[in-house]
Design a protein around this ligand. Structure first.
Ligand SMILES: Cc1cc2nc3c(=O)[nH]c(=O)nc-3n(C[C@H](O)[C@H](O)[C@H](O)COP(=O)(O)O)c2cc1C
Length: 154
């Protein structure tokens, strides 16, 4: 089976969000051997990170009713160069939100629509006080996506 390439770009500013992004990394590496996973902090990601990728995962926090500043910064820097060159890219994203997550979701969805990326699973919003159960939810979410990419389903 030909290996598939998934890019995982995230902003994980706290202990909890670092646990979440580390989980995505470990599970995909261990459970989907035919996936090459590239992991970048959003501040390091640029348009060249998108060369030859088969799928994208974004992880962000919600801050001030919007995506985190570094997530916004990534789109500010890269939107124009990615537009019309990455059409149809399968993507999933998760949001860690202390309270809500909706503002971040709405803003991300607008950008993804503009880029014509394909959300193949509804976003995972992990909202409220931290719960260990988030880890299982995210594991299932990330592995469903990675397996789908690996098998060429998406
Ligand atoms: C400056 C700032 C603004 C925030 N604004 C929001 C917000 O608008 N909505 C929300 O749900 N959470 C908000 N939060 C909470 C963060 O989403 C949360 O702290 C982050 O996801 C990390 O989660 P953790 O506390 O489990 O590590 C904010 C946090 C900070 C530091």
């Amino acid at each position: 089976m030909k290996k598939k390439n998934i890019l995982f770009i995230h902003h994980s500013p706290s202990e909890n969000t670092k646990k979440l992004s580390k989980l995505v990394e470990n599970k995909i590496i261990n459970v989907t051997p035919n996936v090459n996973l590239t992991i970048l902090n959003l501040i390091e990601a640029n348009t060249s990170s998108f060369r030859e990728i088969d799928g994208l995962i974004i992880g962000t926090t919600e801050n001030f009713g919007y995506m985190s500043g570094l997530t916004k910064d990534f789109f500010d820097r890269c939107y124009n160069d990615l537009k019309d060159k990455t059409e149809g890219l399968p993507i999933i994203y998760y949001i860690r939100a202390g309270l809500d997550g909706e503002g971040c979701k709405v803003a991300l969805n607008k950008i993804l629509t503009g880029l014509r990326w394909r959300q193949v699973l509804p976003p995972l919003i992990l909202k409220g006080s931290w719960q260990e159960g988030y880890m299982k939810q995210l594991e299932k979410f990330a592995l469903t996506f990675a397996s789908g990419i690996e098998l060429g389903i998406y």
